[in-house]
Design a protein around this ligand. Structure first.
Ligand code: ADP
Ligand code: MG
Length: 259
């Protein structure tokens, strides 16, 4: 078999990392952020990556997103997948209306105007922002801004979503609602999601599989399948039990590093 730069090694993976290492800086100042990390995410799988602050979660996501290059190892992503990114800050263009923000990826792809209108309306409905298209981002609550950012990401029509603590700045109630919406959209669109969080309960609420990273340098030290039926509630006992298990592992890991 010939190897390719872009196609995943394993025919079944949407995202595949193999022996990925990342070093920031050089010489004495060099920081080893990731150390030989391998991970396959199956198409349609929802994987949550958890770990203590500074363990390399954002580094990993940025590498998968192509925002930075690994120092070693290989990253492969489904050839059609120009992954959609979402961060803690919604990063909307403040001078554009919500609709114009969502329209941007369609415009960049050259989608004709009438089709763009239709898609924007549909996407805003999907994230329950129908009727808010003409507002400016600053007129929306934090939760609504994240919904708008999600709609804009979905406008990319990509099968792979990479999310870095996207709901980290939201209050618990708003976060719960967005969990419900993300779960619904993920399942309807059969998306592959790699979701970074330091919130273990959020991971147990959302994930098919939770992957726990060690403190720096990041390595996978534990993973578990979340075999709880959906839709889930964050306060369901089965979800809480898995969160407790992962929290224990995380505490042991953080304790080991004396942080
Ligand atoms: P996390 O997202 O898990 O909190 P990061 O991936 O942001 O962790 O960071 C992992 C480690 O790499 C941290 O020690 C951080 O200080 C370091 N790091 C991240 N980005 C850079 C950078 N651009 N230059 C130097 N060090 C960095
Ligand atoms: Mg981070």
């Amino acid at each position: 078999m010939t190897s390719s730069v872009t196609a995943p090694e394993s025919a079944t993976a949407a995202v595949a990392l193999s022996g990925v290492t990342k070093v920031y800086g050089r010489g004495e100042a060099a920081v080893l952020a990731l150390d030989g990390l391998s991970l396959d995410v199956a198409p349609g799988e929802f994987v949550c990556l958890v770990g203590a602050s500074g363990c390399g979660k954002s580094t990993l996501l940025n590498l998968v997103a192509g925002l930075d290059r690994p120092s070693g190892g290989r990253i492969a992503i489904d050839r059609d997948a120009n992954p959609g990114l979402m961060f803690q800050e919604p990063a909307l263009f403040p001078w554009l209306s919500v609709a114009a923000n969502v329209e941007m990826p369609l415009k960049l792809r050259g989608v004709p105007r009438a089709e763009r209108r239709r898609r924007v309306a549909e996407l805003l409905e999907t994230v329950h922002l129908g009727g808010f298209g003409r507002r400016q981002p600053h007129e929306l609550s934090g939760g609504m801004r994240q919904r708008a950012a999600l709609a804009r990401t979905l406008a990319l029509d990509t099968p792979v979503l990479l999310m870095d603590e996207p709901f980290g700045a939201l209050d618990a109630m708003t976060r719960d609602l967005l969990h419900d919406e993300l779960e619904r959209i993920w399942s309807q669109r059969r998306l592959t999601v790699l979701f970074v969080t330091h919130n273990v309960r959020e991971a147990a609420r959302l994930a098919d599989r939770i992957v726990l990273l060690s403190s720096r340098p990041g390595r996978i030290i534990y993973e578990t399948r979340v075999a709880v039926s959906r839709p889930r509630r964050i306060d369901a006992p089965e979800v809480a039990a898995i969160a407790a298990e992962v929290t224990d592992r995380l505490r042991t890991e953080v304790g080991r590093h004396g942080q």
